[in-house]
Design a protein around this ligand. Sequence first.
Ligand code: TYC
Length: 109
Amino acid sequence: MSERRTDTERGPNFDLAVEEAKPKIKEPPLYRVVLINDDYTPMEFVVNILESIFGMERTRATQVMLEVHTKGKGVCGVYNFEIAETKVAQVMGLAQQHQHPLLCTMEES
Ligand code: TYC
């Protein structure tokens, strides 16, 4: 058997340059979890939500609540899809349990 392979043995692409494949992966999208103002949900309830679900200190939670109260909406945090979805569900669940009309949504960031 000879050491050297024939063109046929080397396959159909023997004389073609082979280009590196471009990496196809992208960073996964992030989502802002947003609280919406309303006239009925107590401020204290919103502050408690920001502390318990979004891990904020009381001073920060109060600032964010007041921003939502004055500007109409405000960002509670930025997360990947699954975590953002879970936080929205937790807020909406607690609001429903306490019969407050509080709304929480997510936006791609
Ligand atoms: N506007 C409400 C009030 O005056 C307080 C409030 C703040 C409600 C933020 C919802 O996402 C909210 N009691």
